[in-house]
Design a protein around this ligand. Structure first.
Ligand code: PMV
Length: 338
């Protein structure tokens, strides 16, 4: 029996997907831009099981469960099976090598891995080349993955990735803007809370358009995107850093000012942000924060500056956990015979 195995990375958004213009069609309110990570990965395996009457999905080391993630997974598999009329069900199992629901996007790597491994198993493809020959280019796979979780589409590519909303839901595009080799950026993920986040990003996307700040955000994003792309192209850390921090603070303040307000930021998140800004003033170390939907902070700096950052960080936060990550290459596909 052939077992298809995928490892897919998480990604950290620089310009964030925040709010949907059309929820049913998964059409975002704005373009987004992310860096694909190297270390935070989801590992997913799939095999075709002709005897199965339903999908079997397990998180490794656990029994089959009916939690909200497992239900979303089954729904996504059912959607793919129906769309392409694949005849058989799959046995799927998965695990992450990082804490889930903590500001590291486990749904991004999870749905990227799931989509890729399921299509590979159904089409008996053992490489991206074979998938493309069968009509599943990386772009098509990204379009399918984003239907499971928006940010997952970006995890199909390595390096620096854009998701353009286009002028209609059908006109959306996901593509690599610059490869990993363009700029060696490091991401140190500072774990300030290990708790599961208490508001799903799906619910956050629903709430943010009700903030009076939301339309102000949208009106400036076209210009901000241009500046982000320029900063990346020119490897201009100062400009990139200023944009990263503005973007992170803005999305959190929008949620905090929604009709039903919520804050992912904890007291120690805010303390950490001022610590980082003070450190920058004192040492001129070019390290900047960004934060996704969670309390944990991603510190972005050039790879060559990471040791210096870690020196100060370990000195001042000796008990705080962190994950070391950096820009990565994108998902990988393997097949074994058992
Ligand atoms: O992909 P979702 O629906 O989990 O939304 C992700 C939202 C953010 O992580 C906050 C931003 C982003 O673009 O990844």
């Amino acid at each position: 029996m052939k077992i298809y195995k995928v490892t897919a990375p998480s990604n950290i958004a620089f310009l964030k997907y925040w709010g949907k213009q059309d929820e049913k069609l998964q059409w975002p309110s704005n373009n987004s831009l992310s860096m694909t990570l190297n270390e935070c990965q989801t590992f997913t395996t799939a095999c075709v099981q002709n005897s199965l009457k339903n999908f079997s999905f397990k998180k490794e080391g656990e029994n089959e469960q009916e939690d909200s993630f497992s239900l979303k997974v089954i729904k996504h598999l059912e959607f793919l099976k129906k769309k392409y009329q694949f005849p058989s069900f799959l046995e799927v199992s998965t695990h992450n090598n990082f804490p889930t629901a903590s500001g590291v996007a486990s749904s991004a790597s999870g749905f990227a891995a799931l989509t890729l491994v399921a299509i590979a198993a159904w089409t008996e493809s053992s490489s991206f080349h074979e998938l493309e020959e069968k009509g599943f280019s990386r772009e098509t796979l990204a379009q399918l993955a984003r239907l499971g979780s928006g940010s997952a589409g970006r995890s199909l590519f390595g390096g620096y990735v854009v998701w353009k909303k286009g002028s209609s839901p059908e006109g959306q595009r996901v593509a690599c803007f610059l490869p990993k080799s363009h700029w060696d950026l490091a991401d140190t993920i500072v774990i300030l809370s290990k708790e599961e986040k208490d508001l799903s990003s799906r619910e956050a996307h629903k709430r943010v358009p009700t903030s009076p700040l939301f339309s102000v955000r949208l009106s400036g994003l076209c210009e901000r995107e241009k500046l982000f792309l320029q900063a990346l192209e020119k490897k201009d850390m100062k400009s990139l850093g200023a944009l990263l921090e503005l973007e992170a603070l803005e999305i959190h303040f929008i949620l905090m000012t929604a009709a039903e307000p919520f804050s992912y930021l904890k007291e120690n998140t805010l303390e950490f942000l001022s610590w980082l800004r003070n450190l920058r003033q004192e040492t001129h170390l070019e390290a900047y924060f960004t934060i996704d939907a969670g309390a944990n902070v991603h510190v972005i700096c050039e790879f060559s500056k990471r040791e210096e950052f870690l020196f100060y960080f370990r000195r001042d936060f000796p008990k705080t956990h962190f994950l070391l990550d950096a820009v990565g290459d994108g998902p990988k596909l393997f097949v074994t015979e058992e």
